[in-house]
Structures are given as structure tokens and as C-alpha cells.
Write a protein that binds this ligand. Sequence first.
Ligand SMILES: CC(C)(COP(=O)(O)OP(=O)(O)OC[C@H]1O[C@@H](n2cnc3c(N)ncnc32)[C@H](O)[C@@H]1OP(=O)(O)O)[C@@H](O)C(=O)NCCC(=O)NCCS
Length: 380
Amino acid sequence: MEKPDYAKGLEGVIAAESRICYIDGQQGKLYYMGYSIEDLVEQCSFEEIVYLLLYRNLPTGSELDGFSERMRSFRALPEQVKQMIHAFPTGAHPMELLQSVMAYLSSYVQHKIQHSATCNCRDTLHQVAQMATVAATYARYRDGNDYIEPRDDLSHGANFLYMLRGEEPDPDEGEIMDNCLILHAEHGFNASTFTSRVVASTLSTCYSSISAAMGSLYGSLHGGANERVLKMVDAIGDKSKVEKWVDNALSKKQKVMGMGHRVYKAKDPRAKVIEKYLQDLSDRKNNWRDYEILKEIERVFGNRMKDKGKPIYPNVDFFSGALYRLLGIPTILFTPIFAVARVGGWLAHILEQREGNRIYRPKSLYVGKKDLPFVPLEKR
Ligand SMILES: CC(C)(COP(=O)(O)OP(=O)(O)OC[C@H]1O[C@@H](n2cnc3c(N)ncnc32)[C@H](O)[C@@H]1OP(=O)(O)O)[C@@H](O)C(=O)NCCC(=O)NCCS
């Protein structure tokens, strides 16, 4: 019998209607709830974006004040969570820690609305607020430092840098960090978001939905490309060596990290914004090495692919690793930072999924054996 066609990896399959995120891959445009990412990153705080994602409209001044105050009040970690971080095996990855903490936080909710179509995640903001504290505390303990109380007078991004470093960041660096969280807050039906919706569709709690999404993000095909971009930059070492390195990579059919995207067929709009921040910080810190290597990769690889008739452009991960390095963030936190930002998007999708919910249940194409003669245990 001829094999029926099917979309491996669900590529191109429309699995649900959504009003949260629109990506115009041809033009390189990204919108959250209808607003362009350029406007949002220019004019909003991360907390404002979380509000937009959860309530589907931009807050008024007083709504934002109340929401920010509430979110900030949830930043500090309960003693039990601090103990969990302390007890976490040193060799384990912080994404596994975040995943566990997220599942554990469920026990702090008085009224778990499990098995119901509604979700109280707009009230229990600690899922969003505490992830940054967990990531920073993990890094502090790993380096032999003590827990530091979060500050409620700093933006989400600035407070994250404050907790990581133990001192208040320069306001520009705090703003860059907050904006990076905005840029990573939402991106349509990617693997982790789809995971969160599949789990939510069973009417499991939003905590287990997010915990599962984190497991999905942890995989190297999803989060983590910026870490591999930095490894590539370090392996190249100098701008003058880029051309030879790229040609060698292409001859071996090796992927150039941070380049190309399944959806964008133009430069990723997030990469454009992050590039500006990287230029700015490279200038202020008088350290241009990574930026120069990256620009040369973009030029050489871009030209080679254009000559082949397959133009490829930088994606969000191309410049972000180098930017985080200049902000003093350890590489092991790159994927956790993605999760700290994306948790707002996941919650928005969980809420949307629960409205007019239908449990996900696709089919597989069975290609195994049938009607095998059963062999009793003693005869095998
Ligand atoms: C993201 C990615 C998986 C998208 O892959 P895709 O959907 O197959 O991309 P395209 O269809 O546009 O690829 C067109 C061609 O360019 C090649 N190509 C795409 N990205 C490439 C890259 N980064 N390095 C080398 N070649 C690449 C593809 O292999 C394909 O070649 P082929 O026609 O000979 O098979 C791919 O670009 C990639 O692996 N990038 C590097 C990893 C990365 O940065 N991931 C983070 C994504 S946010």
C-alpha cells in the first residue's frame, strides 16, 4: 500500500486559531497582540508585555502600576525553593532546576483549578516573577555566593542583573536586559509553546504545562543556539579567520549557528534590535572582537548562500550570546533566560488554549509489523 503523505514535525499544519503572535516571515516582522516588536521594545517594560500577553490589551498607567507592584511582590523565593536550589546536584543543568521549581510552585497555590477550563495564572504571578530569581540564585550558589533579596524598585531585567552580580547595574544595561526579555517573550507555535498548549489541553495545571514547556525548550534544537554561536566565535578567534572557517564549514555541510530560520526568510527583527545593543555595549566596553567576527560571518556566509540562490540571514540567537557575555552573564544561564522571558508567552497560550479547549490527539502512521505469531515466554 502506498504511504499517505503527512507533515513530519507537523510542518505547515495549522493546529489552532490564535490572536497572540503574528510573524511575517517574508518581511521579517513580528507582532505581539497586533503591536510591532519594534514599538513594544522601544516603549514598554517587560512587565507591561506580560500584562499585554495575559490581558490582551495594553495597560493604563494605573493598571500597569498595580500589576508591576504585584509581580514585584512575588520576586522573592520561599525558603523551600532556596533549599531546593541548594540541594540541586551541581552537575545538573539549571533548566532542569527551573522545570522542577515550576512544578513545585504549584503546591503554593491554595486553590488549584485543575480539571477546569479556567486558569488562575493572572493572579498567581509568581510563575513569571520568580523564574528570574531562581536563575540568578542558581548562579550565585554555584559561585559560592549567598542568596540576595530581589529589589522591587528595579525593572525585571535590571533586578535580574542586580541579583546575579550583587550590585546594581548601570541603568542602560538594566534596560538592555529588560528589552532582551521583551524580545524573547513570545514567538507563536514553536515547540515549547505547542508543548504548553498540549498539556493545557488535558486541563492539567498551568504549572505542569509550563514545566513541560521548559523541558521542551531545554532541547538543543530549540533553546541554546546562542551558546553554540559563542563557541563558534571563540573557535574562529579573529575576524581575519572567518572566510576560511566559513568555507570549510560549508564544504563539510556544517550548519553555521545563529543563521537561518524556519519562518523568517529575511533578517529576524529581534536580531536587528539585539545587534544595536551589542554595538552599543561593545563601544562602551571597548571590546569589539565578538561583534566584528559576527559581522564578518554574516557578510561571508550571507554572500556564499546568496550565490547559491538560498539567502540566509541572522536569527535572534546570532548576536544575543555575545551581548549576554558583555553583560557578564554566564553561558549556562542563556537558555534559562529564554525561559524567564518566554513564561509570559506560554501563559498567554495556556489561557487561550483553555477557551474553547479541545484535547490534542493527532494520529500516527503505523509502520510496524502486524499479526505476528505469539511466542510463549519459555520458547523465546
Ligand atoms: C533554523 C534552521 C533549522 C532552519 O532550517 P530550514 O528550515 O531547513 O532552513 P531553510 O529551508 O531556509 O534552508 C535552506 C537551505 O539553507 C541551508 N541552511 C539553512 N540554515 C543554514 C545554516 N545555518 N548553515 C548552513 N546552511 C544552512 C539548509 O540546509 C538548506 O539547504 P538545502 O536546500 O541544501 O537543504 C537552520 O537555519 C539552522 O539549523 N540554523 C542554525 C541553528 C540555529 O541558529 N538555530 C536557532 C534558530 S532560532
